[in-house]
Design a binder for this molecule. Structure first.
Ligand code: AP5
Length: 214
């Protein structure tokens, strides 16, 4: 299965993508995670991406398409794309990459939630810098505050989760990514719009039943 998860910052793409990847044996390809790791390791990509991420702006399309082409070449068996594509240019680039690999997309899942919910989720988010597990101080706290249940590493508040950066990320989503949703509605691909403003397991159940063969 090869699908795309689209939605605003904080809507639950990472949370749902990780569950789907586990249940369906898919690779989760999350551009935000790949970029954060590149920043942490101070690679050339990380150095180029950092200023954009700190401002909540999109990293240039050519850098993203290069990294996606490399990732997808390894994941022909199935993947869930989380946070990519993010604009129509990237979607067209993805079509070219998949054509070259002889692969097709099967579904687009759009997650939705109101802005006040997104802002509250982001303000409470804590992530494990080592294993990538995601927690939430309001909705899904770790057993011991600040410590990852899974691997015991310290939990961090993302640099770009500061309030002014979150506001810009939401603006960028409206400007760049919302038109992409219409682009996919106008395509031949099935698009499933899912209410993300419900408990995690209910959202996951809706996505799974949408993906199940009729
Ligand atoms: P990225 O990391 O992709 O960030 P984002 O799209 O802003 O999404 P988030 O990671 O903030 O949220 P999410 O939807 O994954 O929610 P989560 O599951 O964590 O990108 C970061 C930056 O990298 C971008 O700003 C850009 O600079 C750059 N970038 C990335 N991709 C790019 C691309 N393709 N092109 C150019 N630049 C790119 O959940 C949020 C919180 O809510 C968590 O605490 C979670 O526990 C909680 N939660 C989740 N679901 C629920 C629920 N149902 N109920 C209650 N709480 C919930």
């Amino acid at each position: 299965m090869r699908l795309i998860l689209i939605g605003a910052p904080g809507v639950g793409k990472g949370t749902q993508g990780a569950l789907l990847a586990e249940s369906h044996g898919l690779a989760r390809v999350a551009t935000g995670d790949i970029l954060r790791e590149a920043v942490r390791q101070e690679t050339e990509l990380g150095r180029e991406a950092r200023a954009y991420m700190d401002e909540g702006e999109l990293v240039p399309d050519e850098l993203i398409l290069e990294l996606i082409a490399a990732e997808l070449a390894e994941e022909a068996d199935g993947f869930v794309l989380d946070g990519f594509p993010r604009n129509i240019q990237q979607a067209k680039g993805l079509d070219g990459i998949l054509d070259d690999l002889g692969l097709d997309l099967e579904c687009v899942v759009v997650l939705e939630a109101p802005d006040d919910v997104l802002v509250k989720r982001i303000s409470g988010r804590r992530s494990c810098a080592r294993c990538g597990a995601i927690y939430n101080a309001h909705f899904d706290p770790p057993t011991v505050a600040g410590v990852c249940d899974r691997c015991g590493a310290a939990l961090v508040h993302r640099e770009d989760d500061r309030e002014e950066v979150v506001r810009n990320r939401l603006r960028v989503f409206r400007r760049e990514t919302e038109p992409l949703i219409q682009y996919y509605h106008d395509s031949d691909l099935p698009v499933e719009v899912v209410d993300g403003d419900r408990p995690v397991d209910q959202v996951q159940a809706t996505i799974r039943s949408a993906l199940a063969p009729a």
